[in-house]
Design a protein around this ligand. Structure first.
Ligand code: FES
Ligand SMILES: [Fe+2]
Length: 454
């Protein structure tokens, strides 16, 4: 990797990525580094703040917290979404907590200042007792926050100078649009408190290098391009593939939706060509077609999976920098979000998303109880991932350990992700950061280290 040594120079940030394939351990626990992220990264990025089904009706609102910030997201009467900083303009009390529905706007619980659904101050009790400069019209309205809607979610950004949401999410946005992710709805939603840095948590999910050791049940020859030696047995192939789908479905509690597994099981007696490549292609096409048809027949807004495949868009794992992920598979998807709670503590949420015929969507999803990462209620696959994480965070503190050494071929996504963070921390302008976002917001698995232009 001689060229890696020379091509990139470190940006002026503490514990910088001096070599793109080495990550200094302090980035995962140093308090100063965490503070710098709080100052220079989080207020400048688009953050998935809520799923739209959390605020399904006009005047529904929900609170989104990150670090020490709290944002109110509110569904307007014309079904747009608006966001405000959650701080009363009088003495700073958070105007809302959690979520709810407001008929007439918000009333601060402390002294009763009132705000309309447009965030404008509508009443100050005993207003005449204030000097005029403290109750100037306009100056006592809730502070608006940039908010845009995409992919079934509302996103916020505290930086008015950041590029629009869509531009910041490409190329993931266009591919996920082809997957029709906007018509997915929450089937369940779990949350976990992980005793690790938020980047460490993310990095456990963006490479497939760990699969063989951590998830041996997922190593299925048909899916990994490996072949058993000997003549091709199409029956055994179909059974192995159905087994894989079932493992993904049960192990992740629905990463492949149970409906799709049943559809695959219904095809198990299919006649396949005797030649291996043709048989696999035929199976794949037939299954895609059956899943597409089943969902369309019952009235779901469902993409044509074979069309996605033909257009090369059937990728299954996307990061939306910095902290959201969407993993579409067949009719459904899983989504993740990782929020820092402290230098060595992260809130990870997992959604299982699927499609419903119009009018049959479930109610507003219940907010998840936060489970510890060793809670026995976690399905097997996240349990396996979580079992490594606290050990890794503790291991990083070892005196003799200085930096992670990444496989430039398999763990390039981690390098690109960390170097993009350095781009923010060193204060690069948005136009220089955009190409880095493009490099991160693509299919992350086994991606090589990319030249981000800085
Ligand atoms: S702090 Fe809100 S009314 Fe006083
Ligand atoms: Fe994993």
């Amino acid at each position: 990797m001689a060229t890696l040594d020379q091509k990139w120079s470190a940006l002026p940030v503490p514990y910088a990525m001096e070599l793109p394939d080495r990550v200094r351990k302090e980035r995962y626990y140093d308090g100063g580094f965490y503070e710098l992220e709080a100052e220079a990264l989080w207020p400048r990025v688009w953050q998935m703040a809520c799923r739209l089904e959390e605020i399904p009706q006009p005047r529904d609102f929900v609170e989104y917290e990150f670090l020490d910030q709290s944002i109110v997201l509110l569904r307007t009467d014309d079904m747009e979404v608006r966001a405000f900083q959650n701080a009363c303009r009088h003495r700073g009390v958070r105007v809302i907590e959690g979520r709810g529905t407001c008929e007439h706007g918000f009333v601060c619980p402390f002294h009763g200042w009132c705000y309309g659904v447009d965030g404008k101050n509508s009443f100050v009790p005993r207003k005449k007792t204030f000097a005029e400069h403290n109750v100037q019209p306009g100056d006592i309205d809730l502070v608006p926050v940039r908010c845009e809607v995409w992919g079934g979610c509302a996103w916020i950004n505290l930086d008015d100078g950041a590029p629009p949401l869509r531009e910041s999410l490409e190329p993931a946005a266009s591919i996920l649009d082809a997957w029709k992710v906007e018509s997915l709805r929450t089937e369940w939603w779990y949350a976990s408190r992980l005793p690790v840095n938020w980047k460490l948590a993310i990095e456990a999910f963006v490479e497939s290098y760990h699969v063989v050791q951590t998830h041996p049940q997922l190593v299925i020859p048909t899916r990994y391009g490996l072949r058993d030696s000997g003549p091709f047995d199409s029956r055994a192939f179909v059974e192995a593939d159905i087994g894989y789908l079932r493992t993904m479905s049960e192990g992740m509690a629905g990463m492949v939706h149970a409906n799709d597994v049943r559809i695959a099981e219904g095809l198990r007696d299919i006649e396949l060509p005797g030649e291996a490549d043709q048989a696999m292609a035929t199976w794949n096409r037939t299954l895609n077609d059956a899943v597409t048809r089943w969902h369309r027949d019952r009235g779901d807004d469902m993409p044509d999976l074979n069309d996605l495949e033909a257009r090369g868009l059937n990728l299954e794992f996307f990061q939306c920098f910095p902290h959201s992920f969407v993993l579409p598979m067949y009719s459904s998807a899983t989504a993740y979000r990782f929020r820092p709670l402290a230098p060595e503590e992260t809130l990870m949420e997992i959604w299982s998303l699927t499609r419903y015929p119009e009018g049959e969507e479930p109610e507003r999803p219940a907010q998840p109880e936060v489970w510890e990462c060793d809670d026995p209620r976690w399905p097997p696959i996240p349990t396996q991932d979580f079992s490594n994480l606290p050990r890794q965070q503790r291991g990083l503190h070892a005196k003799g350990f200085e930096y992670m050494r990444l496989s430039a071929g398999l763990e390039g996504h981690i390098a690109n992700f960390q170097r993009t963070i350095d781009g923010y921390l060193s204060g690069l302008p948005h136009e220089r950061l955009l190409p880095a976002l493009r490099a991160v917001n693509v299919y992350p698995f086994d991606k090589p280290i990319t030249d981000l232009g800085f």
